[in-house]
Design a protein around this ligand. Structure first.
Ligand SMILES: Cc1cc2nc3c(=O)[nH]c(=O)nc-3n(C[C@H](O)[C@H](O)[C@H](O)COP(=O)(O)O)c2cc1C
Length: 355
């Protein structure tokens, strides 16, 4: 009963399991494709994809499977420029470039992808599921997606955000607890006032909205999936648990950091993107710790730090990479996606005594 519900039936899933969207180097077509083929919901973390890459990726997913998959984008957030702050931050990036043997950094030509252009592709290509984070999609956009038979999922980190998403007409809600790796979706209150754990958040959003809820944040194996289902979730969404799969795009340095016994502690930082995100500690993050005043608005730092992060990945230098990971990071295993799905679901079923 817990394992098959309205959500899994509507999307034709074998398992109440979502491979959570993870924008950046991590997000590859094979990662999401293998998750969907294994009967979970694969999700393309497409926020940094150009419209052309987004279209190609949706087509590659469709070519690889008839099963459901999701495309995830960031709802744009307002930001402003502060030249003094940006210069101070650029100075830190310049130091990192020097350490990595790179040319001095140049001001980024583009700060972020055009959400409108990305959405145009989503509407044209009509993937089975669209999910979003960092805000609530307009009601008109939700209707336009649903008219194309696209199932719409929003991300909430508080009950109040879940109620806004319900008002906008979404079909389901990701309840994303404070344990989650990477950026979180908080959009009503500051991040520091939206730090509710998954265990407390999920049942409250289930009760408040009556919509299918997908539990995300700190779920490391089948015991966590079972717990999420017991709390009333229709599925569990795991991100960090998939990072070490061969299908993920995580670099060798990122993988090494994730498997290092010394690296189990996670921290929330604005150092890389300007928006708080949870990851493993490293040199760059520590250098900016306690220096909030020099970090520009998201997404300006994301654009400035990209060449540094890309070079660090190429050079195997974890000190300058964003090492996003959730609080259950140490439970992550280097297995193929299909093995992770099978292992986690077998364990969840054993815990709950389901055949
Ligand atoms: C590397 C990484 C990148 C992420 N990028 C996104 C993203 O693009 N969109 C999104 O909605 N959530 C993003 N998240 C959050 C995940 O979708 C998910 O909520 C989270 O991973 C769940 O917590 P866990 O990492 O403890 O499993 C990201 C998480 C990680 C670890």
């Amino acid at each position: 009963m817990l394992f098959a519900n309205d959500f899994t039936r509507r999307l034709g899933l074998d398992h109440p399991l979502v491979q959570a969207p993870m924008a950046g180097e991590t997000s590859t077509v094979p990662l999401s494709l293998e998750a969907s083929k294994a009967g979970a919901l694969g999700s393309l973390g497409a926020a940094y994809f150009t419209p052309a890459k987004l279209r190609d990726s949706i087509r590659a997913m469709r070519a690889g499977t008839d099963r459901s998959f999701a495309v995830n984008l960031f709802i744009p957030v307002p930001w402003g420029r502060d030249p003094a702050r940006e210069a101070a931050y650029a100075n830190e990036i310049a130091r990192a470039h020097q350490a990595l043997g790179l040319e001095p950094p140049q001001p980024p030509a583009q700060i972020e992808e055009s959400f409108e252009a990305q959405m145009q592709v989503v509407l044209e290509e009509a993937p089975p599921v669209f999910s979003s984070t960092f805000g609530a999609p307009d009601a008109d956009l939700v209707t336009a997606l649903q008219r194309r038979n696209i199932y719409v999922i929003g991300t909430a980190t508080t009950v109040a955000e879940a109620l806004v998403l319900k008002q906008r007409g979404v079909d389901a809600i990701i309840a994303q607890g404070a344990e989650a790796g990477g950026h979180r979706g908080s959009f009503l209150k500051p991040f520091s006032q939206s730090m509710i754990g998954t265990m407390a958040l999920v049942p409250q959003i289930v009760d408040a909205t009556g919509l299918p809820v997908l539990a995300a944040g700190g779920i490391g194996d089948g015991r966590g999936v079972a717990a999420a289902l017991c709390l009333g979730a229709s599925a569990a969404a795991l991100g960090t648990a998939f990072l070490l799969s061969p299908e993920s795009g995580a670099s060798a340095a990122y993988r090494a950091a994730l498997t290092s016994p010394a690296q189990t502690e996670t921290t929330i930082t604005r150092a890389f993107s300007g928006r708080p995100a949870r990851g493993l500690r490293n040199d760059f993050l520590e250098r900016l710790e306690g220096r909030e005043e020099i970090i520009p608005d998201y997404p300006i730092p994301n654009a400035w730090s990209r060449p540094m992060r890309q070079a660090a990945a190429r050079q195997g230098e974890a000190g300058y990479l964003s090492l996003w990971a959730g609080q259950a990071a140490a439970m992550t295993k280097p297995e193929p996606v299909a093995t992770i799905v099978a292992r986690v679901m077998a364990q969840a079923k054993a815990v709950l005594g389901e055949p």
